[in-house]
Design a protein around this ligand. Structure first.
Ligand SMILES: *Cc1c(COP(=O)(O)O)cnc(C)c1O
Length: 499
């Protein structure tokens, strides 16, 4: 299978798409077709372990990787040392028609590990195939979770280095501590004086800058991306949608072929897009429910057909979704435009130049057949954490709770009782202060730090504080650099830390 750019005619192999991250014309790589998942495939998957399921699905997309390379990679990525649940991505039953797909059992307690534990292996193999001997420098913009997951994934991986930009005041205490305490010879962390969109725009501009590429080349380095613009991030995410379906079949919750739905807490549209790809392969997903926080740009888009940046940016208790420019939507636009890269380029230019674009009624109609979108604000999210804890004695992090709230409202509005899987993207311990405030009341936790709040969560849920959080109490801070939000400052900072 080959990969096309969403903005033009570039056509590359899987390993080339993964190695370069972004297409040379600024577009995102998309698969040339969607391999189909037959009933026989599904029957096989039911009896497989998670790494076996991953190997089978990855091999459908990564044609220029050998079966051995893929097997080796998934075995290393999803090993029992790295994931604290033998199922890797377990499905937890909440009630008769609602389950939670837990994607936070990896080393950094967020769903980003599902892809970023694997990507370094795919990247190293891609470099070998290309005969690339220069160091691959991974530039990452993070809204909190990708940064740490990338640092952990690439830490001390031969032939790579990893530079992370995070918004200085836009991440949770645990998220920040996780990043700034990262060891390893090749990891670098920079606090940007701006928000996530500034970080993401800066990184994109560095990818497009010829002078920066030259400066890096002079130092024997090439750039790549571990953000979800890299197709290598998306393909491992397709796996868990299919794996969840196999688990539901295995436990008799559904019949073969029966429709299910997924509700996904969404920011950059990467996670839910992987669900859409699973649906394109034939996984029986009726609709994908796109859940946003107060930054409801996608809700408005799916309801009006107009994507507009003329709005306030809100800082919320679900910071990994505090995003206004949802990069991966471009891949869906490409499908909606019948794979017309010119049209996608035009929309993206309108977004850059005028702050908005509209896709027209017909395309909107098509998208609405596949996606339903809504949002939940902070008070509703806190209420949802409380409600689910009281009803089901289950602790949700704020991102997952946004999805759960949107599902609750969706059901009330539509009466649709199709079995729905809530995609849980982070451990509640990663956002301990907000979750403890939801459970105990704002006043009870006002002066407590994230560790004290973790202890509260541990005692109410009768679950231990994850070892990764415990360790942060004593790990030394090793990254303290700050940089400005303009691309030039970001470029200087990268060259400085890499010297
Ligand atoms: C990254 C992230 C999201 C958003 O995922 P996208 O793929 O960007 O839509 C949601 N929740 C958590 C906890 C995350 O880390």
């Amino acid at each position: 299978m080959s990969y096309f750019s969403s903005r033009g005619r570039t056509c590359v192999s899987a390993s080339q798409a993964i190695l370069s991250g972004l297409a040379p014309d600024g577009g995102l790589f998309v698969p040339s077709y969607y391999p189909s998942l037959t009933q026989a495939d599904m029957e096989q998957l039911v009896d497989m372990t998670y790494p076996e399921r991953a190997a089978k699905i990855l091999s459908m997309y990564l044609e220029d990787y050998t079966p051995d390379e893929i097997r080796e990679s998934v075995r290393a990525a999803y090993s029992q040392e790295r994931f604290d649940d033998p199922a890797v991505a377990p499905v937890h039953n909440l009630d008769g028609c609602t389950c939670v797909l837990e994607l936070f059992h990896g080393p950094t307690l967020a769903f980003k590990d599902m892809a970023l534990q694997l990507l370094p292996h795919l990247m190293r193999q891609a470099a070998r195939k290309a005969g690339e001997e220069r160091e691959i420098c991974i530039l990452v913009a993070t809204s909190g979770d990708t940064g740490k997951a990338a640092l952990e994934g690439f830490r001390d991986v031969e032939g790579t280095s990893c530079v992370v930009f995070y918004p200085r005041d836009g991440v949770s205490d645990i998220q920040r501590l996780q990043m700034v305490t990262t060891g390893g010879r090749n990891t670098h962390v920079l606090a940007v004086e701006g928000n996530f969109d500034d970080c993401q725009r800066g990184v994109k501009e560095l990818f497009e800058s010829e002078s920066f590429a030259t400066a890096m080349a002079e130092r024997g380095k090439i750039l790549s991306s571990a953000n979800s613009i890299n197709f290598g991030r998306l393909v491992p995410q397709i796996v868990y949608y299919i794996s969840a379906y196999a688990d539901l079949l295995a436990r008799g919750s559904i019949r073969m072929g029966q429709d299910v739905q997924f509700v996904v807490p969404t920011g950059n549209f990467g996670n839910i897009l992987a669900g859409y790809y699973a649906r394109c392969m034939g996984l029986p997903i009726r609709r994908l429910i796109c859940a946003s926080n107060r930054n409801d740009v996608l809700t408005d888009f799916f309801n009006t057909g107009i994507y507009s940046l003329r709005r306030m940016f809100h800082r919320t208790i679900s910071p990994s979704m505090d995003i206004l420019v949802s990069s991966n939507l471009e891949r869906l636009l490409y499908e909606s435009a019948d794979r017309d890269g010119e049209l996608v380029s035009t929309w993206m230019r309108q977004l850059r130049e005028c702050g908005s674009y509209g896709v027209g009624d017909q395309r909107m109609e098509w998208m609405r057949g596949v996606f339903y979108a809504d949002y939940a604000d902070d008070p509703d999210t806190l209420q949802e954490i409380r409600d689910v804890f009281v009803q089901d004695h289950y602790l949700m992090d704020p991102h997952t709770a946004v999805a759960s709230r949107v599902l609750r409202n969706y059901r009330r509005r539509t009466g649709d009782e199709t079995l729905c899987v809530i995609v849980s993207t982070a451990s509640p311990f990663k956002f301990a202060q907000s979750v403890a405030a939801a459970i105990q009341g704002e006043a009870a936790v006002r002066n407590l730090d994230a560790f004290a709040c973790s202890d509260i969560l541990s005692s109410v849920s009768e679950r231990p504080v994850p070892a990764q959080v415990q360790a942060l109490r004593t790990l030394p801070v090793v990254h303290q650099d700050v940089c400005g939000a303009c691309t030039e400052d970001m470029a200087q900072s990268v060259l400085h830390v890499l010297k």
